[in-house]
Write a new protein. Sequence first.
Length: 292
Amino acid sequence: MSKHTRHARIAAAVTGTATAVVYYGALSIPMLSMTTTPAGAQGGSNPPWFPSLMAFEHYDSERTKSFEQARFGGSLSGANTVEARISPDQYPTPYNLVHLSRRELFVFGGAYGDEGGIGSFVARVASQTLRTVWSNQLINTIETNEWNYPGVLSALQDGLLYLIYGYRLAKLDPHDGRVLGQVELPTLAAPRDTSYNGLSGWPDGTLVAKSVYRQAGCTEQGFSAFLQCLDPTDVPHSVVATIDPRTLQIIDQAEAPEFIGGRITATVFENHSYVYLTGRRPCSATSTRTDA
């Protein structure tokens, strides 16, 4: 990861849940190191994400869903039998899974407030038994009276877990779930009505995230806030923020031209870093990050 000595300027432009983890044995997971070490993570083919089967929800920052380490263990021409195991422990409203190695599986859940989730948690799950190794409930949104809507769990090349939930970004130790650091992200609405729905990143490690909102005065939870609030469009424009994952300091922030519902995408093209936002207005430019 290069030093974050530049000023990252953002020019923003628009371009079913369950309570248990079900693990299907259709993919063969390559064996990585049984312990996570930053040194072993450097030089991966999918920066800034950890070089494992799935360290980011759509595999890479471009959200291609091309899981290059996945191997199909069955037949492509004949019938297949798929083994399914149901975890004995409960993981309410899971959103996504992250792998660091064959034995290091993590689940993020609890963030669908309209489906029974009470707030974001991260749990390490034993891949053989699907039992909980540790679990960290980061927030109880019933107690804090906040909108409960999912962000995402990811693993960077440093081998640490990064959870974006509500208007916060937290760094967790994968060995015991301890929170190593946390930052509150900028918002143009009341924090209780703000969520950052996911994040992306560039190869040097810089993270980029975007806010969404629940209408002020609405008490709907989860995705229902986009459907059941009196006027779900009566919200501020989204904020796009860049974050240094080492220090969790906000590098820069910018107001998007409108409210952006879809999750953020980042890429590098011809030595320029870009972020793409899906909105309703015609696209007149691309979003870019420049060096100073």
